[in-house]
Ligand binder design. Structure first.
Ligand code: G3P
Length: 253
C-alpha cells in the first residue's frame, strides 16, 4: 500500500532439521515458480537450518531471514550469533523481539533495542515484533503497550534507519491460537504505529516503514489483512510450515 512493497514472512520457530528445511524451502519455491511476486517473500528457519534452506533458495527471489541475533561482530559471547554470521549465510532479514523471546526467555525492551540497532548496523533488515497479551487487551491497554514497545525500540534511531525497520504487530493472544485479530483491529493498530513513527522520525520515515500483522494468519484469511491500507504484509508461524499452504498464502496475499 502507498508505494510500500508488501512483505510476507514465514517464521518457522524451533522447527526443522536441515534436511527438512531444505525440503520445506524447496516446496515454497516450487509453489511460487513462475509467479510474478508482488510481495517480498522471506523464510526464517532456525539458525541450524539456515545454510540448508539458503541452498534450496539459491537463485530464487525468496529471501532468507534469521529469528534472532545479538550485537557485536565476533567475540566472547557464548551461544550467540551476530549479524556478520547471518549475512555470510545469505540472510537479509532478522526477527527481533518476538513475543516468545520476550515472555519465555526474558527479553526486555532495552535488550531488543540493542538487537535492533545491531541488525541495522550489520546490514540486516530487522523485523521488530510487538504486541499486547490477553490481559493487557482486556484492560484496554493495547495501544499503550504496543506503542510503548515501538517507541522504546525506535527512539534512538536516525530517521533513515527507522524507515528501514519492518514492524510486526503480533497480538500475543492471536499467536498459534487459531483466533486472529480482525483485519479492522490490525489496521487500527498499524495506523497508530505509523502515526507514532511520524511523531518520532517524521512523515517520510512513517510513509516508508512497513507494518505487518501476525497471529493465526492462514491462506484463507490473508486477503482481509492485505486489504488494509496500513497493513503491509504478514508474519506467519504455523501456516509457514507447510510449503504448499505458505505458497498459497503468498498467492492469495
Ligand atoms: O511470528 C509469527 C507468529 O508468532 C505467528 O504464529 O502460528 O499464529 O501464525 P502463528
Amino acid at each position: 500500500p502507498a508505494g510500500r512493497r508488501p512483505l510476507l514472512a514465514g517464521n518457522w520457530k524451533m522447527h526443522t532439521l536441515p534436511g527438512e528445511a531444505a525440503e520445506l524451502a524447496a516446496a515454497v519455491r516450487q509453489g511460487l515458480e513462475g509467479q510474478a511476486l508482488s510481495a517480498e517473500v522471506v523464510l526464517c528457519p532456525p539458525f541450524t537450518s539456515l545454510a540448508a534452506a539458503g541452498q534450496a533458495l539459491a537463485g530464487s527471489p525468496i529471501a532468507l531471514g534469521a529469528q534472532d541475533l545479538v550485537w557485536g561482530e565476533f567475540g566472547a559471547f557464548t551461544g550467540a550469533i551476530s549479524a556478520p554470521m547471518l549475512r555470510e549465510l545469505g540472510c537479509r532479514y532478522v526477527i527481533v523481539g518476538h513475543s516468545e523471546r520476550r515472555q519465555l526467555l526474558g527479553e526486555t525492551d532495552a535488550l531488543i533495542q540493542r538487537k535492533l540497532e545491531a541488525a541495522l548496523a550489520g546490514g540486516l533488515t530487522p523485523i521488530l515484533c510487538v504486541g499486547e497479551d490477553a490481559a493487557q487487551r482486556r484492560e484496554g491497554r493495547t495501544a499503550a503497550v504496543v506503542l510503548g514497545q515501538v517507541a522504546f525500540a525506535l527512539a534512538g534511531l536516525e530517521p533513515g534507519q527507522a524507515a528501514q525497520v519492518v514492524i510486526a504487530y503480533e497480538p500475543v493472544w492471536a499467536i498459534g491460537s487459531g483466533t486472529p485479530a480482525t483485519p479492522g483491529d490490525a489496521q487500527a493498530v498499524a495506523a497508530a504505529i505509523r502515526q507514532l513513527v511520524a511523531r518520532l522520525h517524521g512523515p517520510a520515515a512513517a510513509a516508508a516503514v512497513r507494518v505487518l500483522y501476525g497471529g493465526s494468519v492462514k491462506p484463507d484469511n490473508i486477503a482481509g489483512f492485505m486489504a488494509q491500507p496500513d497493513v503491509d504484509g504478514a508474519l506467519v508461524g504455523g501456516a509457514s510450515l507447510d510449503g504448499a499452504a505458505f505458497a498459497r498464502l503468498v498467492r492469495e496475499g
